[in-house]
Design a protein around this ligand. Structure first.
Ligand code: CP
Length: 294
């Protein structure tokens, strides 16, 4: 089985194969195919999602698979059933692959070893979100071609960001330069050896300026006194965007806190790729699902 648990340690050739196949699916003339006819795929979301869950479902349906959607909030998880027992339950019913999002970190590998179906990580805690990073690379490639030598600044809540981690591992494999920019209490000390933390002024000089969502639900303590204070120090304001190089693009995995990490009028401006990222998620996830089941 071809699991996709994360991008750490995944070679550039493997990443590029997925990106190339996504081009094929984006250019595919028909909206739906039947190549996965007779295959059953379960989307098992133990944490909330809009983009990832629906773009996986779009991808699965476009490939002709049968789709089962599991939502933890209305499942026996509410009676205390574990993630492992839930996945084993669906596996025993005959699913061919599972897409999984969950809060605990460090358990996905063990889970993948215990089941016979391929698992695709749709986000595990603060650890990895590989398909998000793949769609980010796809978006960057569309703009710049080769990612070798590209400079990508990731600004915001790095500490709690699985998007930052998957981007870091994948971008390094592809030869891009990653810089982080975060307030001290949103920095991940264990990542310092892989990418430098720079000032907001320096971060804005990169080819790609990627903002991260301030993840209020993952902060037990108040990390900033107010959204206005975060915006003033680290937000991509209109004034700051004016200082970026003309070719620089703006990215954000979304959902966006408008007027916190990015000003409202920048979300859909010409240099923003935020909604293109969402569109690119579908062909990327078609390539990933196809890879898992072929
Ligand atoms: N970017 C992303 O993962 O969004 P969702 O949480 O809505 O899936």
């Amino acid at each position: 089985e071809k699991h996709l648990l994360g991008l750490k340690g995944v070679p550039a050739s493997e990443i590029n194969a997925i990106l190339t196949r996504a081009v094929f699916w984006e250019q595919y003339p028909a909206k739906a195919t039947s190549i996965l006819q007779g295959k059953f795929v379960a989307n098992m979301f133990f944490e909330n999602s809009t983009r990832t869950r629906f773009s996986f479902e779009m991808a699965q349906k476009r490939l002709g698979a049968q789709v089962l959607n599991f939502a933890a909030a209305v499942s026996s998880v509410q009676k205390g059933e574990s993630i492992y027992d839930t996945v084993r339950t669906l596996e025993s019913m005959g699913i061919d692959a599972g897409v999984i999002r969950m809060k605990p970190e460090g358990v996905l590998q063990t889970l993948a070893e215990k089941v016979k179906i391929p698992l695709i990580n749709a986000g595990d805690g603060n650890n990895e979100h590989p398909t998000q990073a793949l769609l980010d690379f796809y978006t960057m490639k569309k703009q710049f071609g080769d990612l070798k030598g590209l400079t990508v600044s990731i600004i915001g809540d790095v500490k709690h960001s699985r998007v930052a981690r998957s981007n870091l591992w994948g971008l390094q494999a592809l030869g891009a330069n990653v810089k982080f920019c975060a307030p001290p209490n949103m920095q991940a000390p264990e990542l310092v050896e892989f990418a430098p933390y720079v000032s907001i002024e320096e971060a804005l000089l990169s080819d790609v300026v990627m903002l991260l969502r301030v993840q209020l639900e993952r902060h037990e303590d108040g990390l900033f006194n107010s959204a206005a204070e975060y915006r003033a120090q680290y937000g991509l304001t209109v004034e700051r965007a004016d200082k970026m190089q003309p070719h620089t693009i703006i990215m954000h995995p979304a959902p966006v806190n408008r007027n916190v990490e990015i000003d409202d009028e920048l979300v859909e401006c010409d240099r923003s790729r935020i909604f293109s990222q969402m569109a690119n998620g579908v062909p990327i996830r078609m390539a990933v699902i196809e890879r898992a089941l072929s």
